[in-house]
Design a protein around this ligand. Structure first.
Ligand code: MRU
Length: 372
């Protein structure tokens, strides 16, 4: 997507291959900074500190991280150690574990001297695949938005509510939940996005708003608690969110607060869609509430908030009394019964084992065989 008219991906290998470049998302929307990752430790910090974030993007970053690790030391023990460290950075998004496990196995099967080059090429391929997947999600989601537009007998825009950032910043390009929005906007359908601010890290206010603004998509930032009110008053036509892990049975785990939006949508008869690439499906589990580990992050993200001051500096201030405790659960699970449909690169599925398995026959069978 374009930043000030210039096309960017969220991650890429530098021209001479010496380092991996990322957009530092902790500086947005105040500064657009490109950061350089030169070592395994840089990749680990970038993922843990959320300079890169979003399920697909952290998977790709972790694959590049393995490449950087192999540059430092290509022994088996360094490889195993790097894989373990990368997987431990963020436990909920399954793409990260999937990307690391797959590449780890392939690297163990080639000679140590081939590993760095292989891993870097593999990471680049993952990024390319992610772009195609997200573009296809956009095409399928566009049809849902088009259908709503055709039924809405007025010239008013289609109001889409989204939570967190599941836009191009969360992937290599296009995004998941926002890909249909960009495709609809580009197709000339009038859209307007309600952007949940998404405390505590404010991915909606900082990132979703920024990227929608860059593309020219009309949007309004709202506090996290406003969605229910808007839905009660007919101001939301459809909700679309992303997911960090989807179970084989169709439960979805996404940024904390997604569940409450799904409940409000259900109560108000508003379609609640979740957009996802195949790699976020965890075929080994069915019950999201029981089986998905929920990342708990530092309480400082709740007690403090970062923003730009009037002098243009990025600054952090405390919000809560000294001595008050905090809890910082990063994700929640939305049970399948509240999900109208899953927008995937292969088409739209119902949130059910049968419907997902019909789209992803091969992957589903492979996991069943592995576990049998
Ligand atoms: O904690 P984050 O910012 O990595 O969480 C991101 C989300 O919850 C996204 O909605 C999710 O990764 C799906 S994005 C393609």
């Amino acid at each position: 997507m374009n930043v000030d008219g210039k096309p960017y991906r969220t991650i890429w290998l530098s021209e001479n291959g010496s380092d991996v470049r990322i957009i530092d998302q902790t500086r947005l929307p105040h500064e657009f900074c490109i950061a350089s990752l030169k070592s395994l430790s840089d990749a680990i910090h970038a993922i843990r500190d959320m300079r890169v974030r979003g399920a697909p993007l952290i998977g790709i970053t972790a694959a590049f991280g393995l490449g950087l690790a192999m540059r430092e030391n290509h022994s088996n023990s360094a490889l195993n150690d790097a894989a373990n460290q990368l997987i431990a950075t963020r436990p909920t998004a399954i793409n990260l574990k999937w990307a690391v496990d797959e590449l780890h196995t392939q690297l163990l099967n080639i000679t140590a001297t081939e590993r760095e080059g292989f891993a870097m090429r593999h990471a680049q391929r993952l990024a390319e695949e992610d772009v195609s997947i997200c573009s296809a999600i956009g095409d399928h989601g566009l049809e849902i938005i088009r259908e709503i537009a055709n039924k809405k007998h007025s010239s008013a825009p289609i109001n889409i509510l989204t939570h967190c950032n599941a836009g191009w910043l969360a992937t290599a390009d296009w995004g998941t939940a926002l890909a249909p929005v960009y495709k609809a906007y580009d197709a000339g359908i009038q859209v307007h996005v309600w952007v949940d601010e998404t405390r505590p890290r404010n991915q909606g206010a900082s990132l979703t708003a920024w990227e929608l603004l860059q593309h020219g998509v009309p949007h309004t930032v709202i506090v996290d608690n406003a969605g229910g009110h808007l839905m009660q008053h007919g101001m939301v036509d459809i909700c679309i969110t992303g997911t960090d892990r989807t179970t084989a049975g169709g439960d979805v785990c996404n940024k904390i607060g997604t569940y409450l939006k799904a409940l409000a949508a259900h109560d108000n008869g508003i379609p609640f869609y979740v957009a996802l690439p195949g790699p976020t499906i965890d075929w080994s589990i069915d019950d999201g509430l029981r089986d998905i580990p929920i990342e708990e992050r530092d309480g400082n993200e709740v007690s403090h908030i970062m923003g730009g001051n009037s002098a243009g500096e990025i600054t952090t201030v405390r919000l809560i009394p000294e001595g008050s405790r905090t809890a910082n659960y990063a994700f929640d699970v939305t049970p399948r019964r509240y999900v109208t449909g899953l927008i995937t690169e292969k088409g739209i599925a119902l949130a059910s084992r049968e419907s997902l398995a019909a789209l992803y026959l091969r992957q589903c069978h492979a996991t069943l065989l592995e576990n049998s």
